[in-house]
Every structure is written in C-alpha cells, then in structure tokens.
Design a protein around this ligand. Structure first.
Ligand code: PSU
Ligand code: MN
Length: 306
C-alpha cells in the first residue's frame, strides 16, 4: 500500500494468516505520563507475543503512518521532547503533508489497521459522547460504525456520557458484546449499570458472532467489552468525585476539542494519587491478552465454512 509502512514481522504474520493485534499510540503520546507510557507499550507488545500473537503498534513518524512500530520508534513517539500531534481522522492529510509525528486515537488506529487488513484491535477505553457539551462526540464512534474489526476495550470512562455513548453505538449498528460480563464496563469500574447486547464466555463465540455479522456485508465493528481486573479496579464515590472535579475544572479553564480527553485523563490520575493509572495500565494489559485470544480464535475460525 502506497504511503503506509508495514513492518516485516506484521507483513509476514498477515501473509501467513497468523494472528495479529493492532495497538494504538494516543495512549502513549497523550494518555499516560513518561516513562510509564513507554513501559506500557512494551508490556502490551510482550503480552501479545507471549500469547503467540504479533503486535502491530500503530503511529505516525515524520508523516509516514507505520503499522508495527519498532521499540526505538515507540520510544521516540513517547518521549516528552518529541513534538507529536494527537491524530484522529481529520488529522491525516495535515500530518502526512507536514511530516508530523502522531499518536493515533482509536479512530485513526482503526483506519490504518484496516488498510493493513488487521481485524482485531486492543485499546483501553473508546472515546464517546462527552458529558455536558452540546456536540462533542469522539470520531471513534462513527469510525466504529464503518470498520469491520473486533475492538477490545474496557468500555468507556465515565468522564463521558455513557448512556448516550451506548445509544450512539446502537444507532451505529455496533454490537456490544460482554466478555464474561453482562454489563457495559466503565473503564476503571467493572460496571456502568448499562446493558450489553450479548454476554459470551469464550473468544470462539466472539469470532463466531463476528463471522456471521460480516457475512451479510455489514461494515460495523464488534465492540468486545472486558471488565477491568478486580485487583486494581476502582469503584464508588472516590473515582466519581475525581471525574466530576476534573470535568468542572476543564470547563472552568476553557479546555475543549481534542485537548479535552488528555486533560481529563491526566487530572483524574492526579486526583486519585495514581490509583487510576494503576487500574489503567492493568486493564490495558488485560484487554491485550483477551484481544490476543480473540485473534487466535478468529484465525482458526476463518478456516471454517458456515
Ligand atoms: N479514553 C481513555 N484513554 C485514552 C483515550 C480515551 O480512557 O487514552 C484516547 C483514545 O486514543 C481515544 C481518544 O481514541 O482518547 C479519544 O479522544 P477524543 O475524545 O478527542 O476523540
Ligand atoms: Mn472530541
């Protein structure tokens, strides 16, 4: 494919029908502080490899979209001294023409992963409908409506308006499948109280649902939601208060647009004395593990006929 660079290991795995999992880099460049961000990217790749899956960490280096960043490229993007833009769909032409560096959001990572025919993607939480704003809806949501991919996440943070995010997913035709849960997780917390469309116990069931969904030519994603590991998950007033305070401060400081999500993430981390980051790191690794199992199941499932 012209204009994008696919690493050797990713290309080889794809050619041989081996399982590959895409990973985003907005979490590296705009979601976590240094050096935990670099360590996290490394840990996610190790998690995938330990499961027998090739990781494809995706980002933009000097205007070239790369599917399968090297460790060195990850360190470059995650270095606070590097000038790096948060890339969503609207930013591609700008970043490529100006040779910018970019950390890709869920939306942008899906666009690039699809160009490389990757079908499974692990992230922490998706963007959604923001609370208390008239029209701040993450580009992640319409992209989920238009990308045949299994996206594994811990739901979405309650920095967002979760009921409306859930409604949008329904409108967009995105089935929300709970992995060993029957409620939509709220990222740090195992449950938002909102329902999933179907609960499954195994990754084979996920692959089977995806195959049938796409067999009709549907172009939407399957959103597989995984509760955060109970050892580090956060629940109750403390985390909700931190989120409310961060949202109020963002409004008072006039933070808006693409800066909103990074601002809220880092403020909540400060207000919870790092507990939220511990939960964040843990659930990202857990989601990558589940995504790896799903990628393996999907590669086996492909050999089937209906
Ligand atoms: N939610 C999180 N952590 C994150 C993000 C969302 O809990 O790092 C990132 C993801 O990359 C997501 C992006 O795609 O923020 C959404 O940004 P926006 O709301 O500006 O679309
Ligand atoms: Mn937004």
């Amino acid at each position: 494919m012209q204009g994008i660079q696919i690493s050797k290991p990713v290309q080889q795995a794809m050619e041989q029908g081996q399982p590959v999992v895409a990973l985003e880099t907005a979490v590296l460049t705009h979601g976590l502080p240094h050096p935990q961000n670099i360590q996290l990217s490394h840990d996610l790749e190790t998690t995938a490899r330990a499961a027998g899956v090739t990781p494809a960490t995706i980002g933009i280096i000097q205007g070239t979209p790369i599917i399968g960043l090297t460790q060195q490229e990850i360190e470059f993007l995650g270095n606070p001294a590097t000038d790096v833009r948060k890339i969503s769909k609207r930013d591609f032409g700008i970043a490529l023409s100006r040779q910018l560096n970019g950390g890709t959001t869920v939306c942008a990572t899906m666009i690039l992963a699809k160009l490389a025919n990757i079908q499974v993607f692990a992230t922490g939480g998706i963007g959604g409908v923001h609370r208390g704003t008239n029209f701040d809806i993450s580009a992640d949501l319409p992209q989920l409506a238009n990308t045949p991919m299994i996206v594994v996440c811990a739901g979405a943070k309650s920095i967002l308006d979760l009921p409306n995010t859930r409604e949008y997913l329904e409108t967009a035709g995105v089935p929300v499948i709970g992995y060993q849960t029957d409620t939509f997780p709220a990222f740090f917390s195992p449950s938002s109280g909102l329902p999933v469309d179907m609960s499954v116990d195994t990754e084979e069931e996920v692959a089977n649902i995806a195959r049938h969904h796409w067999s009709l030519g549907l172009q939407s994603s399957i959103l597989l939601v995984v509760p955060p590991p109970s050892s580090t998950a956060l629940q109750g007033r403390a985390i909700e208060d931190a989120i409310d305070q961060a949202i109020n401060e963002a409004a008072a400081e006039g933070i808006h647009g693409a800066a909103t999500t990074p601002y809220l993430l880092s403020r909540v981390n400060q207000l919870t004395d790092g507990l939220s980051m511990r939960a964040n790191l843990d659930l990202l690794k857990n989601n990558t593990k589940v995504a790896s199992l799903v990628a393996i199941a999907l590669s086996k499932d492909k050999q089937r006929t209906y």
